[in-house]
Write a protein that binds this ligand. Structure first.
Ligand code: UDX
Length: 457
């Protein structure tokens, strides 16, 4: 039984634990969702691994943070995905249960667990303690729909047809599907996670949240909503970027890499409006040395200013003479405040791997995209960017899978050209406006969040 003290009842309406999967692309959207819930009067406790506890505590402002164990309290570098996930399930279930009981004893009982879909065992913990559970998917509705169909056995693997028909989605080529489907045999542990584990108990969750906004994925969302009570709550980015400043969320955001904010923002401040090509591939993707070289010389060839994020671990792949030869046109940094960069008036276009966060951020800030998908859900996101939302183009690889320098510089010329890139820019502006509307009073995401909060008590 839940026991609220009078004093606690006065200060907040309900208490939610929020559990992101501990990687960059999953923590930030859940942190932003946490901020929104807190703003609506919900008490939030973010729960992360012991290894990330301090880092998250520094990034989460007024939101409290607690730690559980994934079994690798000193870090899990080099541990195989399948082993890590099994260990996290075991140690996480035990330590999450202990944490909830501890909070109860401290007079701070939990009402609901909002958990990353990559941590489906959180729902078992919630149910075993009589709590409610809300699953949060960090990927697009389209991608979730593909995984759901695969889970239900409606996609026969390996794929035989070149074109796949999935309800709610446009016809997709095998190459438009997530790599964990099109090339599933190469990723057995992640295939198991995304297709089976994250869907295993979805029907038992009390709420199902997608980090997207309704208008962006209307058709597929309507289709999924016929089967499951899915709700869109995105884009989960700080509200200051949606021109609706909430006091509390201005500075929140986690960087698992050291950001070179000052150097990068002062360089951008020197550039004129819409003049810069921003290049970044998120926190995980690794380009091979040949692709890095083609990209480098493609950027140079385009002759536009460019800001390129090359993570420290990737920097040895840059061509030797490139830094010197391009210093008049480009700045290479190891990590930047991406939202601040995308919101900067100098932004012309974004060469991206199309990770879902980067895609959603570019759409929400009206930045045209040049898509260079690498793996996971990125091909599907790139397909939608080019053919459905029409806010960018895909840079096509050759038969060896490499996007050549000429293709890169041609794509840049097209998107950056005022006339040729006009339709893309107009569409980018349209989606930016629609993202804002989703968060205006009564907008789809705003309404879904308020509805959730109202049902928590
Ligand atoms: C991963 C997967 O690769 C992606 O496909 C999936 O949809 C989510 O998880 P990641 O590869 O890191 O994420 O890409 P992405 O989803 O784009 O997330 C990267 C995040 O890091 C974004 O929020 C972006 O703003 C941030 N970032 C990136 C920075 O803050 N600074 C940088 O320099 C680069």
């Amino acid at each position: 039984k839940r026991v609220h003290t009078e004093q606690l009842m006065e200060t907040y309406r309900a208490h939610c634990l929020i559990l992101p999967f501990p990687i960059q692309g999953h923590i930030n959207p859940l942190l932003q969702f946490a901020t929104r819930l807190q703003h609506q009067g919900t008490k939030i406790t973010l729960v992360t691994t012991k290894f990330l506890f301090k880092t998250l505590q520094e990034a989460s402002g007024s939101i409290s943070v607690e730690a559980i164990s994934d079994g690798y309290d000193e870090g899990a570098n080099g541990v195989a995905a399948g082993i890590y996930l099994a260990m996290f399930r075991k140690c996480g279930s035990e330590t999450l249960t202990e944490l909830i009981l501890k909070l109860h004893d401290l007079g701070c009982p939990v009402d609901c667990i909002v958990y990353d879909a990559f941590l489906p065992w959180c729902l078992d913990v919630a149910k075993s303690l009589g709590l409610r559970g809300a699953v949060f998917f960090t990927q697009s509705c389209a991608v979730n729909n593909i995984y759901y169909h695969a889970h239900k056995g409606c996609l026969k693997l390996p794929l035989e047809e070149t074109e796949v028909d999935i309800p709610g989605l446009p016809p997709l080529l095998a190459s438009d599907l997530p790599s964990f489907i099109s090339d599933y045999a190469s990723y057995p542990a992640i295939y198991q996670l995304v297709v089976h584990d994250q869907m295993e108990n979805i029907e038992e969750a009390d709420w199902i949240f997608f980090n997207t906004f309704y208008k962006l994925e209307e058709e597929v969302n309507d289709w999924m909503a016929k089967i499951l009570p899915v709700k869109t709550i995105g884009p989960a980015i700080p509200s200051m970027y949606l021109e609706k400043s909430l006091e509390d969320d201005k500075h929140y955001g986690l960087n698992l890499f050291k950001s070179m904010t000052k150097a990068c923002m002062s360089w951008l401040n020197e550039r004129s409006v819409s003049s810069v090509v921003y290049v970044a591939f998120g926190s995980l993707a690794e380009l091979n040395a040949e692709q890095m070289e083609e990209l480098a010389w493609g950027l140079r060839k385009s002759n536009y200013y460019f800001l390129w994020v090359v993570r420290e671990s990737e920097s040895n792949k840059l061509p030797k003479d490139f830094l010197e030869e391009s210093s008049d046109k480009g700045l290479i940094i190891s990590w930047c405040p991406q939202l601040e960069v995308l919101a900067h008036e100098s932004m012309g276009c974004f060469i991206t791997h199309c990770g879902w966060n980067s895609t959603l951020e570019a759409l929400s800030l009206g930045v045209p995209i040049i898509a260079m998908p690498q793996w996971t859900d990125q091909s599907t996101n790139a397909k939608f960017v080019m053919d459905i939302w029409k806010t960018g183009i895909k840079a096509l690889p050759d038969e060896n899978g490499i996007v050549r320098r000429n293709v890169i510089s041609q794509c840049i010329s097209l998107v950056m050209d005022k006339k040729k890139g006009q339709e893309i820019s107009q569409n980018a502006k349209k989606w930016k406006d629609l993202a804002r509307q989703a968060f205006d009073e009564g907008g789809s995401s705003d309404a879904n969040i308020k509805d959730f909060v109202s049902k928590l008590v």
